[in-house]
Design a protein. Sequence first.
Length: 118
Amino acid sequence: MSSTTVGVVCRQLGCADSGTLKPTSADKTPSRLMWIDNVQCPKGVDTLWQCPSSPWKQRQASPSEESWIVCDSHSVLVALLICGAILLVLVIAFLLWTLKRRQIQRLTGLSKLMISLT
């Protein structure tokens, strides 16, 4: 399986644009059912459905025929989202503090005005 195919699979799953193909161990894992085989995505393909493969059918697959794909995480995107959320919380806290301060100043000003009128 090519790195292009791995990238298409990861994008289709909503993960990063790349990943790593992990070999399976030929241990005593029983064979499993599989639906698609020999997937080869050319460059420029966006979805798995555009990739040529063997005809879709259910068949038994031995562990040596399986492929495991580990998609890269969006670590940079996650970090930016976290920083953005923290910044948003700080801005909201500052705005609330400013609003409260103005309310206190307004109340203090009204109290002084009422005292001077009496």
